[in-house]
Design a protein around this ligand. Structure first.
Ligand code: UT7
Length: 361
């Protein structure tokens, strides 16, 4: 038997229908559409209705259902479900276990991986290694977050950036030269002061005091994080290009983490790739953390061609970052679906959303 590669054979995705636009954002904090468009490039963002018991798994189950429908995979044929998220439904049990239970994947194991915005990159490499071992044939890798559950709508530095959404891919074995070829993954452990959520873990368990101090929300020093993000994403893409003997002209698509359109542009400029070879959906999806990379794939699937050379790159808390090189394994047009069709469910009224978030309406 030849070398086994792990190739993506389908994508599922889902984002909530409720759209929070910049005009509405400007009623929550002192900001404006002009500022947000100029500094971030986000126009609208999807937010999940925060009803009792609904969290990240709600979105992921919809994405996985779509993936199973599209690929025709029998749930019992799934060997593993790996979930990249920073906003799991619970500390335990894992989000992966909720998905496995939902679909009766009785031959599967699964677990959650937390590497913030770099999570999907890490989970994809982990899933690929299970496939490469030869013992596992079908692995679902999910990435997604309900970032609005940890976003402080009193902090204008962070709240315009984040949103909710989830997507997933099916990884399968092939002996052909397609799939995930290489990954360059790094963590430096230096990012806590600049990007964290302080409370709710074992270091600072939840208490009245931590809630009063709003320590259960994302804290970010944006300008510093921005610089680290651009440098590390561009450097890791360069590493991947060089060690795989690629040239810039070989690359069909760069798929960067969607945090800020200025980051995407700066990374493209530093690598020397034209922006029409960069997947960008931050303008209407915002930053869904571990969801950004698979949601890009989901939206651009129809444009992907068998043999396309893709480079993923992400950066997040930790700091953690990296890049992966993939040779795409199918023509996206083989699935004639329209992602917008799946936006339809999950309606919520404006009043309900505000009330659940503790915002006076
Ligand atoms: O996904 C994980 C990794 N995260 C990222 O990659 C995010 C990286 N950082 C960023 O995307 C940007 O740094 C931000 C979008 C967070 C902030 O943009 P910035 O251009 O770096 O702004 P800044 O923080 O340097 O603030 C500039 C000014 C400040 O006012 P002064 O002090 O110059 O008077 C802020 O108070 O803009 C002000 N400001 C705002 N003004 C209107 C900050 N947020 C807002 C706002 N509306 N929402």
């Amino acid at each position: 038997m030849g070398k086994i590669n792990a190739v993506i054979t389908g994508i599922g995705g889902w984002v909530p229908t409720y759209i929070l636009d910049n005009e509405e954002m400007a009623t929550l904090v002192e900001t404006s559409d002009e500022w947000i468009m100029e500094r971030i490039g986000v126009k609208t963002r999807h937010v999940l209705k925060p009803q009792e018991g609904v969290g990240t798994s709600f979105m992921m189950k919809k994405a996985v259902k779509q993936l199973l429908d599209k690929t025709g995979a029998n749930p019992e044929s799934i060997d593993a479900v790996l979930v990249a998220t920073t906003t799991p439904d619970y500390h335990f049990p894992s989000t992966a276990s909720l998905i496995i239970g939902e679909f009766g994947m009785k031959n599967a194991f699964g677990f959650d991986m937390e590497a913030a915005c770099a999570g999907f990159l890490y989970a994809m490499e982990t899933g690929a290694n299970y496939i490469r071992s030869g013992r596992f044939k079908k692995v679902i890798v999910c990435g997604g977050d309900q970032m609005t559950s940890i976003t402080n709508y009193e902090d204008r530095n962070t709240c315009p950036i984040f949103a909710d959404g989830a997507a997933c891919v099916m990884l399968e074995a092939t002996e052909e030269e397609y799939g995930l070829m290489d990954s360059y993954l790094r963590v430096d452990g230096k990012g806590y002061d600049l990007l964290h959520k302080a409370a709710g873990g074992s270091a600072l368990p939840s208490s009245h005091e931590t809630v009063d101090q709003r320590l259960h929300y994302v804290y970010q020093e944006g300008r510093s994080v921005f610089k680290h993000a651009v440098t590390n994403m561009a450097d890791s893409v360069e590493q991947i290009i060089n060690r795989n003997n690629l040239t810039k002209d070989d690359i069909a698509w760069i798929i960067p983490h969607q945090a800020n359109v200025r980051i995407e542009s700066a990374v493209a400029r530093r690598i020397g790739v034209e922006e029409d070879h960069v997947m960008i959906n931050v303008d209407h999806m915002a930053n869904t953390s571990a969801g950004t990379l698979p949601l890009c794939l989901w939206e651009y699937e129809q444009q992907l061609k068998k043999g396309d050379k893709l480079i993923f790159t992400a950066f997040g808390a930790g700091f953690s970052w990296g890049a992966s090189y993939m040779i795409w394994g199918y023509d996206g047009s083989k699935y004639a679906d329209n992602p917008a069709e799946f936006y339809k469910e999950g309606q919520i009224s404006r009043e309900e959303w505000y009330t659940k978030r503790g915002i006076q309406f």
